[in-house]
Write a protein that binds this ligand. Structure first.
Ligand SMILES: Cc1ncc(C[n+]2csc(CCOP(=O)(O)OP(=O)(O)O)c2C)c(N)n1
Ligand SMILES: CC(=O)[C@@H](O)[C@H](O)COP(=O)(O)O
Ligand SMILES: [Mg+2]
Length: 626
C-alpha cells in the first residue's frame, strides 16, 4: 500500500518536477512502481481513467525529465491520461479529491497548475494548440521553449489532428515535438488505415533512432540533420516530420533518449511511443472491453466493481432497444466514434456486424458518413455523447438537415454528466439542434418512453431526429394520465394555475414539485412534450390554458426548450408568462450530477421555490427606489 507520504517522499516533496533529474535510474524505477501503486489505490477509491494513466507512467516521467515544464510546454490531448503529470507537478496531496466537487479535475486545469494548458477533454485538439503555441513562441522570440504535444493513437484518428499535422509538417522552422502514445486502443482497439499503419510501424525496428544516435554529434553541433533521414517508412515522414520510433513506451531510458534526440533535431518530430493501457495492473491489462479506460469504485485487490449498478442505465435500455429494432428494420445501421461500449452500440454491432461502423474518434466523419448511408437508402443511428456532437454541428446542419436525410442522433450523457466536468456536460444540444431546420428532438422521461421514441425516430423518414438522455439510471417509468396529441400529461390539478413543461427525466422532480405546490393550494399541470423541439402546437395550446408556464430542462436556458416555447407563445399572440428553468450559460465544473443539478435549481426543491417566487406578488417598490 503506497501512502501519499511515500509518493511525496520519492517526489522529494517538491511541486517542481526538476527533482526528478536528481534521482538515479533505480530511484526512478522505484518511483514508477510507487506511482502505479498510488494510482491503483487512489483511482480504485473514487473512479477515473485508471487504464490510460497506468500506461503513461514512464512516458510522463521521461517527459518531465527531458523537458523543463512550464518553461517548456507539455500539452496532453484529452487530458484523461495526465494523472501522473499531476502527481509530478505537486498535486499528490489532493489526489483523494479527484473528479469530486471542488476537488482535483480528472483532466488538466489551469486553475490547478501552471503546468496545465489544455482543459478541454475533447480529443484531437493538442496538435492544433501546439501549432499555434509554436507560432506564438516564434513571434515572441521564445522559440527556446519547447512545445511538446502528447496524443493517443485514438485521438490521432480525429480530423483535427490531421489538419494540424498538415500545418506542423509543412513548417520545418517550427520544431514541434509530437509524442504519439500508441496503445493500440481508444476504448476498444483502434480501427482503420491509420491503425493498420501504426501496427506496421510497431513491427519495424527503430532504425531511425539508431541512425540519429549515430549522427547525434553532428546534430548537436548544430549541423541539423545533415544528410537525409533514413528512408521514410512512416506517414509522418512523408508529411515532413522526423520519425523516432517505435520506442518502448515503458522503458524510460529509451524514451528519454528519443525525447532528447527529438529536441536536438530542431525540426518537427513524431516520437512513436508504444505503450499498454492498464500496464502493471492485471485486472486492467486483462479487462477485455477497454482495459479499464474509465472505471468506477473498485476493489483494488481484484479490480471488481465495489458496487453493482442499481437500476439499468439509459445506455443499456438504448442498447437493447436498438437490437430489437435492428431485427425489425433491416435498413437500420449504427455508427460510433470509437465508443462502441460506452454508447451501448457494441451490442448492436455484435448482433449485426455488417450494419455497424466504428469510424474512430471522428464525429464529423460519422455524421457525414451517416448522411451518405441515408442517401443510399438506409436509416443510420449515430450514437455519440451529447457534448461531442458539438464538434459535428456543421455536418448535422448542412450534410444531414439541409438534405432532410433520415439520420437519428442518439445523444448519451446529455445534460449534466458530473465528474468529467465542463467539457463533458452535454448542456448545449437542445440549443444547437433547436436551430436546425427540420430536426425533431426528443428527451425521453423514462425507459418506456426511450423505447417508444426511438422506435418512432427510426421509422421517421422525412428528416433528422435526435434523442437525448443523461448519464444516470433510467429511474421508474412515469405513466401518462392522458396524451394530448404528442404531449403526455403526467400530473394535473382541479385548478390548473401553472403548467410545468419538463424535458426528459426532469419530469420526476417536476412532479414532486407539483405535489408540494398542490399541498400549498397551487394547482399544477405537469406535461412532457415527448418531442421537445420544435414546439408542438398542442403544447402551445395547453400553455395558453394556464396562468404561468414553467419549463424545466437539463440544458442551458439560452435557446433551449424554454426559449422555444416563449417564441411559440409569442407567435400565437399568447401573453402567458413563462419562467424557463435550466442551466446557466457558463461552464459548470466537475462534481456529482445530482449536486450540480440541485445547485442549478433543477431538483424538486429548486423547481418548487422558483415557482413560489414566480407566484409571489412583487413587493411594492416606490418609483424612487426602482
Ligand atoms: C471528440 C471526442 N470524442 C470522444 C471522446 C471520448 N474519449 C475519451 S478518451 C477516448 C479514447 C482516447 O484514445 P487515445 O487517444 O488513444 O488515448 P488512450 O486512452 O488510449 O491513452 C475517447 C474516444 C473524446 N474525449 N473526444
Ligand atoms: C475521457 C472521455 O471522454 C471519456 O472517457 C469520459 O470519461 C466519459 O466517461 P463515461 O463513459 O464514464 O461517461
Ligand atoms: Mg490509445
Amino acid at each position: 500500500m503506497t501512502t501519499t507520504t511515500d509518493a511525496r517522499r520519492l517526489l522529494g516533496g517538491a511541486a517542481d518536477p526538476k527533482v526528478l533529474r536528481e534521482l538515479s535510474g533505480e530511484e526512478l524505477d522505484a518511483l514508477a512502481q510507487q506511482i502505479r501503486e498510488f494510482l491503483i489505490e487512489k483511482v480504485a477509491a473514487v473512479g477515473g481513467h485508471l487504464g490510460p494513466n497506468l500506461g503513461a507512467v514512464e512516458l510522463t516521467l521521461a517527459l518531465h525529465r527531458i523537458f523543463d515544464s512550464p518553461h517548456d510546454t507539455l500539452l496532453f490531448d484529452i487530458g484523461h491520461q495526465a494523472y501522473v503529470h499531476k502527481l509530478l507537478t505537486g498535486r499528490v496531496e489532493d489526489f483523494d479529491t479527484l473528479r469530486q466537487g471542488d476537488g482535483l479535475s480528472g483532466y488538466l486545469s489551469r486553475a490547478e497548475s501552471e503546468h496545465d494548458v489544455i482543459e478541454n477533454s475533447h480529443a484531437s485538439t493538442a496538435l492544433a494548440y501546439a501549432d499555434g503555441l509554436a507560432k506564438a513562441r516564434q513571434l515572441s522570440g521564445e522559440d527556446d521553449r519547447a512545445v511538446v504535444a502528447v496524443i493517443g493513437d485514438g485521438a490521432m484518428s480525429g480530423g483535427m489532428a490531421w489538419e494540424a499535422l498538415n500545418n506542423l509538417g509543412g513548417a520545418p522552422e517550427r520544431p514541434v515535438i509530437v509524442v504519439l502514445n500508441d496503445n493500440e486502443r481508444s476504448y476498444a482497439p483502434t480501427v482503420g488505415g491509420l491503425a493498420d499503419h501504426l501496427q506496421q510501424l510497431r513491427g519495424q525496428s527503430d532504425d531511425s533512432i539508431d541512425w540519429l544516435v549515430k549522427n547525434s554529434s553532428r546534430i548537436s553541433a548544430g549541423e541539423g540533420t545533415g544528410g537525409p533521414l533514413p528512408v521514410a517508412h512512416s506517414l509522418f515522414e512523408l508529411l515532413g516530420f522526423a520519425y523516432l520510433g517505435p520506442v518502448d513506451g515503458h522503458h524510460r531510458p529509451s524514451l528519454e533518449e528519443a525525447l532528447h534526440l527529438a529536441r536536438e533535431l530542431e525540426r518537427p518530430v513524431v516520437v512513436h511511443a508504444v505503450t499498454a493501457k492498464g500496464r502493471g495492473y492485471e485486472p486492467a491489462e486483462s479487462e477485455p472491453d477497454d482495459r479499464m479506460h474509465t472505471c468506477g469504485v473498485l476493489d483494488p485487490a481484484t479490480g471488481a466493481p465495489a458496487k453493482k449498478a442499481s437500476a439499468p442505465g439509459w445506455t443499456s435500455v438504448f442498447a437493447d432497444e436498438m437490437c430489437a429494432l435492428g431485427d425489425e428494420h433491416r435498413e437500420l445501421v449504427a455508427l460510433t466514434a470509437a465508443m462502441p461500449g460506452p454508447t451501448g452500440l457494441a451490442k448492436f454491432g455484435e448482433r449485426f456486424p455488417e450494419r455497424f461502423f466504428d469510424v474512430g474518434i471522428a464525429e464529423q466523419h460519422a455524421v457525414t458518413s451517416a448522411a451518405g448511408l441515408a442517401t443510399g437508402g438506409l436509416h443510420p443511428v449515430v450514437g455519440v455523447y451529447a457534448t461531442f456532437l458539438g464538434r459535428a454541428f456543421d455536418q448535422v446542419l448542412m450534410d444531414v438537415a439541409l438534405h432532410r436525410l433520415p439520420v437519428t442522433f442518439v445523444l448519451d450523457r446529455a445534460g449534466i454528466t458530473g465528474p468529467d466536468g465542463p467539457s463533458h456536460h452535454g448542456m448545449w444540444d437542445l440549443t444547437l439542434l433547436g436551430a436546425v431546420p427540420g430536426m425533431h428532438v426528443s428527451a425521453p422521461r423514462d425507459a418506456a418512453q426511450l423505447r417508444e421514441l426511438l422506435a418512432e425516430a427510426v421509422a421517421y423518414e422525412d428528416g433528422p431526429t435526435a434523442l437525448r438522455f443523461p448519464k444516470a439510471s433510467a429511474g421508474a417509468d412515469i405513466p401518462a394520465l392522458e396524451r394530448i396529441g404528442q404531449v403526455d400529461v403526467l400530473h394535473r390539478s382541479s385548478v390548473a394555475d401553472i403548467l410545468i413543461v419538463a424535458a426528459g427525466p426532469l419530469a420526476a422532480p417536476a412532479i414532486e414539485a407539483a405535489e408540494a405546490l398542490q399541498a400549498q393550494g397551487i394547482g399544477v399541470t405537469v406535461a412532457d412534450p415527448r418531442w421537445a423541439l420544435p414546439i408542438l402546437p398542442e403544447l402551445t395550446q395547453l400553455a395558453a390554458r394556464h396562468h404561468l408556464v414553467v419549463t424545466v430542462e437539463d440544458n442551458i436556458r439560452h435557446g433551449g426548450l424554454g426559449a422555444a416555447l416563449t417564441r411559440a407563445l409569442a407567435d400565437a399572440s399568447n401573453a402567458t408568462p413563462l419562467r424557463a428553468l435550466g442551466l446557466p450559460g457558463r461552464f459548470i465544473p466537475h462534481g456529482n450530477r445530482n449536486d450540480l443539478l440541485s445547485q442549478a435549481g433543477l431538483d424538486a426543491e429548486g423547481i418548487t421555490q422558483a415557482i413560489l417566487r414566480a407566484c409571489a406578488p412583487e413587493p411594492f417598490q416606490p418609483a424612487k427606489e426602482r
